[in-house]
Design a protein around this ligand. Structure first.
Ligand code: UN1
Length: 511
């Protein structure tokens, strides 16, 4: 496979211009960004200093003080306009995601669709920030809870979903009355610049249509670890939502709890699926193929462990191997490609190390080799399927690459135990037509993950549900359901509308 020499830098500049990003932001700076498609540079961004970051946080805090006074449905109107901007720019932004991350076209567009979806959700939510009314034990009293904005929210996002993760956090945070400060991955700052420009366009329209909104409601910080650390340690950031590796979470979590700030952590996943004797194998094959090979195995929800019942093993696994052997790997911008490149050489190195460890532990590997594309700096690989005798070594870790470990099982209860016997707990699936197995998997003694699916792979969640996982995945929840509550503070209010002062618990204190 040879990728024709693509002038991705030129195309990137054109897309950024179409998306209203000032060229001054991505030329002549110190942060070099490459496209994994070719491994060549596509931008050079100006980075923010620690001093800039501190000033940005002060400004975001000032923005919060104003924005919290704007009624929530009006705040929703701003997010509605953001959704409109995203709809209008879906093709350009999706293409930029594909260029910067190496996602296939359909997945680049899907990422932008996910942003549009969360905007729609947040608009509805802006009229539904409900609190409860609670029965009080005192007469002529009323007890209720109110939800209030929290402050300037820090968002730290990873390369693999460079813009959708921002939107899950920002769309909710902003309708909840907060401001946001975003530090994207250093590997994918261009898409962040584009999204910031779209947000600013939406804000301009909002103001032009008579809305009141402060400057610095959404701020972008371009830079590395030092800039992220300012967000984590700054007393004016009451919540940091951080997506990335478990190692990152281990560094960030304690620093936040040290100053009693809140954390939403979305860390590693080591997601599994169980294929039972009654599974529809055609559906299972498709579900497994997308979940394991899609996004070149670089989703936190990617399927990494597959437990197959011995009665269907010889029907499913050879078909899977065939799919692994024939899947189209190459330029993600080409129609027909299903697997694009890994993000960089480091990811390739980690994949090879994991495969060596798997072999040493008795694994039989098909695939995993580099697929040449004529560029030493681009890393295309054939996804690897590894039949393992047991769940050991690299199977217990998350390697951010397309490796699927396949293990044969015979007993349902034993496989449930194996399923849960890893440190991570993000997403999970069962393929079965047996109601007892399906319901047990979803029950309290079933999957211990934040997401548990039946006859669907573990990746590709919709925004309407709460997204996140347990154990080393960090425990945070973003996106749908009541995840918005993490971006607000709850105030319990008791009102006495009578003329006496009865004390709770029957306490007497007559002066
Ligand atoms: C991630 O990989 O960080 O469920 C997020 C999914 C997507 C989000 C993945 N909706 O696969």
């Amino acid at each position: 496979m040879t990728i024709a020499v693509l002038d991705l830098a030129t195309e990137t500049a054109k897309l950024l211009a179409d998306l209203s990003v000032d060229a001054n932001r991505y030329t002549g700076g110190t942060l070099s960004v490459t496209s994994p498609i070719t491994g060549k540079e596509i931008g050079k961004l100006k980075e923010h200093s620690v001093t800039d970051a501190k000033a940005a946080i002060d400004a975001a805090h000032a923005a919060f003080l104003e924005w919290r006074g704007v009624p929530a449905p009006k705040r929703g109107e701003l997010i509605r306009l953001l959704g409109e901007e995203l709809r209008a720019s879906k093709v350009a932004l999706g293409r930029l995601v594909s260029i910067e991350v190496g996602k296939i076209t359909s997945e680049g567009l899907g990422e932008v669709q996910e942003m549009i979806d969360i905007c729609d959700f947040a608009v509805g939510l802006s009229r539904q920030l409900y609190g409860l009314t609670i029965a009080t034990e005192r007469s002529e009293h009323r007890m209720m809870e109110s939800w209030h904005p929290l402050g300037a929210i820090g968002i730290i996002s990873a390369f693999n979903f460079p813009v959708a993760v921002w939107s899950w956090n920002a769309a909710l945070a902003i309708v909840c009355g907060n401001s946001t400060v975003w530090k994207p991955s250093e590997k994918t700052p261009l898409t962040a610049l584009a999204v910031q420009a779209l947000f600013e366009k939406a804000l301009k329209r909002f103001v032009a249509e008579g809305g009141k909104a402060p400057a610095n409601l959404s701020t972008l910080l371009i830079g590395g670890r030092e800039v992220g650390e300012v967000l984590v340690d700054h007393p004016k950031i009451p919540l940091v939502s951080a997506t990335g590796s478990t190692a990152m979470g281990r560094a960030v979590g304690p620093r936040l709890s040290q100053r009693f700030a809140r954390a939403i952590l979305e860390l590693g996943g080591n997601n599994a699926a169980i294929v039972c004797p009654t599974a529809d194998l055609d559906l299972t094959l498709r579900g497994v193929a997308f979940a394991a090979m899609g996004t070149a195995g670089q989703r936190c929800t990617t399927l990494r462990r597959l437990f197959v019942h011995e009665s269907v093993y010889d029907q499913l696994v050879p078909r899977l191997k065939k799919a692994y052997g024939s899947v189209t790997i190459g330029n993600p911008l080409d129609t027909g490609t299903l697997v694009g490149p890994l993000i960089d050489g480091q990811a390739f190195g980690k994949m090879q190390t994991a495969l060596d460890q798997a072999k040493a532990a008795g694994g039989a590997v098909v695939g995993g080799e580099r697929v040449e594309n004529g560029s030493a700096e681009a890393f295309y690989v054939r996804p690897a399927l590894v039949e393992m005798p047991e769940q050991t070594g690299p199977v217990e870790q998350e390697t951010f690459a397309p490796i699927l470990y396949v293990i044969k099982y015979s007993d349902f209860d034993a496989v449930l135990e194996l399923h849960n016997a890893v440190p991570q707990g993000l997403s999970s699936s069962i393929f079965t037509n047996n109601m007892r197995e399906a319901e047990t998997f979803l029950s309290s003694r079933g999957s211990d993950c934040g997401i548990a699916n039946v006859n669907i792979g573990p990746s590709g969640a919709e925004i309407g549900g709460a997204f996140g996982g347990e154990k080393e995945t960090g425990g945070g929840r973003e996106s749908g359901s009541d995840a918005w509550k993490a971006y607000m503070r709850r105030s319990t209010n008791t009102v006495n509308y009578g003329k006496t002062l009865p004390l709770a618990q029957g306490v007497k204190f007559d002066v």
